[in-house]
Design a protein around this ligand. Structure first.
Ligand SMILES: [Zn+2]
Length: 315
């Protein structure tokens, strides 16, 4: 599932391609993937892209916006094949934020698209539209494809003025960068008996922390994920928020954690995670801080990675 850093990476990538493009035609291949009359967005220009949590907002001229939820398996692929070679070499590097040119060149051979982001899958490099394409948005210089294997994602048309009142957006808590540690501390006190990992995954408490960043933030703060939320000190709350910001910043700067899993089109996965993750998917490997083996446990129904030495379950 794309997490907040991946959605932010998609936003940054698409801004480069889509802003000032005019939507010429919308083709809906799956009715439930596009909510609202398509005629409302046709003939309108893309003014900008915003992000609220994991929702992407495409603002159009005429006071119209499209809200995009990728959910489990959504992908956005911008295809401009008018000058493939240039686009591939220049923009893949920018879009993916990949400094490692090896990663970029590995993808260039297979990728015929200017920019792609979201759920990593083998079909990322297929001809478009493919069997997972749900919506095709033709613009004057290229085409934006919304692919979604499991169809939980969607694009919803709404007046720009109503975006912030949307039920999903209005219910979003602040993201880690904007969280007030004392307020979060109070929330933890109210949810005092819940395991801390479950609480930080609750999007109504802190927006945008998914499984990867929950594990990374807890490790950074030296907090066992099963500790009761109410047992954290204010200093631990501050450290936890700091850890969430740092791991998410690192991910955004490198192009998002799922990016690398498909940029390496040769089938190897998790290359980028290996560079930034301290604990996530590192079970069986030594902790970078103390050398003790990272283990995988289950907390709040989620696979959870910890260093049993650095993150002790204190009373
Ligand atoms: Zn350790």
């Amino acid at each position: 599932m794309p997490e907040l850093p991946e959605v932010e990476t998609i936003r940054r990538g698409l801004v480069k391609f889509c802003v000032h493009e005019k939507i010429e035609e919308v083709q809906i291949l799956c009715a439930k993937s596009f909510i609202g009359p398509k005629e409302v967005v046709e003939e309108h220009e893309v003014l900008g892209l915003r992000r609220y949590g994991k929702a992407l907002i495409v603002d159009l001229s005429g006071g119209i916006s499209m809200m995009v939820h990728l959910r489990m398996t959504g992908q956005l692929v911008w295809d401009n094949t008018s000058d493939k070679k240039v686009l591939q070499q220049e923009n893949l590097g920018v879009a993916f934020g990949a400094e490692n040119s090896g990663l970029i060149s590995a993808s260039v051979e297979k990728c015929t698209h200017a920019f792609a982001g979201g759920h990593p899958s083998d079909t990322f490099f297929d001809e478009l539209p493919n069997k997972q394409t749900r919506v095709v948005i033709k613009m004057n210089d290229g085409t934006l494809y919304f692919n979604d294997q499991r169809k939980f994602g969607f694009i919803k048309v709404m007046p720009t003025a109503e975006v912030e009142q949307d039920k999903f957006i209005a219910s979003l808590a602040p993201e880690p960068w904007k969280c007030d540690a004392e307020k979060i501390y109070q929330v933890f006190q109210r949810k005092k008996n819940s395991p801390i990992k479950a609480v930080i995954l609750d999007q109504k408490v802190i927006a945008g922390i998914g499984n990867i960043y929950a594990d990374e933030a807890l490790f950074y703060a030296g907090i066992h994920p099963e500790r009761k939320a109410g047992s954290l000190s204010l200093n631990e709350v501050k450290k936890l928020l700091e850890g969430a910001c740092k791991s998410m910043d690192a991910s955004i700067n490198a192009g998002g954690s799922t990016m690398a899993t498909y940029v390496r089109a040769d089938g190897t996965k998790g290359d980028y995670l290996e560079k930034f993750a301290q604990v996530f998917r590192r079970e069986g490997q030594p902790c970078y801080k103390c050398g003790v083996e990272i283990i995988k446990i289950r907390v709040a129904g989620r696979g959870t990675h910890i260093c049993p030495n650095c993150q002790r379950l204190v009373a």
